[in-house]
Design a protein around this ligand. Structure first.
Ligand code: MG
Length: 160
């Protein structure tokens, strides 16, 4: 067994789409990013790569590469899982936290868990997504950014 952690932060701007875990959240602001700006998925991808010591999201999907402009982060997540499986590991569970002042994410937590579980190819019961505010403090608290943290556990099921 091995663990990995990941974190990401994106600036929020008016008129952009806000996508978390592959689910579009209705809001006036969204993420400024090269890809679709799915900060939660980016944190999970980094946790997966971290657990297997396979580098990071930037080394696999560089934001200088036009191929990833507007990329669907769920496609990148699927690729990360395939790379993990190719190393002989399977994913055991994911725990994550999204820090966002507004809007409230409560109603979206279940759809996000199901969405992530489908691409991670594990049960929704093995995918935890928690939402917090920052009590009005720092960039996330002022509504200028959204942040996500994730940890994953992986298990070796065969040698490469
Ligand atoms: Mg990112």
């Amino acid at each position: 067994m091995r663990i990995g952690q990941g974190r990401d932060l994106h600036r929020l701007e008016e008129g952009r789409r806000l996508i978390l875990g592959g689910i579009e959240i209705p809001f006036t602001k969204g993420c400024v990013a090269h890809s679709d700006g799915d900060v939660l998925v980016h944190a999970v991808i980094d946790a997966i790569f971290g657990a297997a010591a396979l580098g990071d999201i930037g080394s696999h999907f560089p934001d200088t590469d036009p191929a990833y402009r507007g990329a669907d982060s769920m496609d990148l997540l699927a690729k990360a899982v395939r790379l993990l499986n190719a190393e002989g590991y399977r994913l055991v569970n994911v725990d994550s936290t999204v820090t966002l002042e507004k809007p409230k994410l409560r109603a979206f937590i279940e759809p996000i868990r199901i969405s992530l579980a489908r691409v991670l190819r594990i049960e929704p019961g093995s995918v935890s997504v928690k939402a917090k505010t920052n009590e009005g403090l720092d960039a996330a608290g002022r509504g200028e950014a959204v942040e996500a943290q994730a940890v994953v556990l992986i298990k070796k099921h065969r040698n490469r």
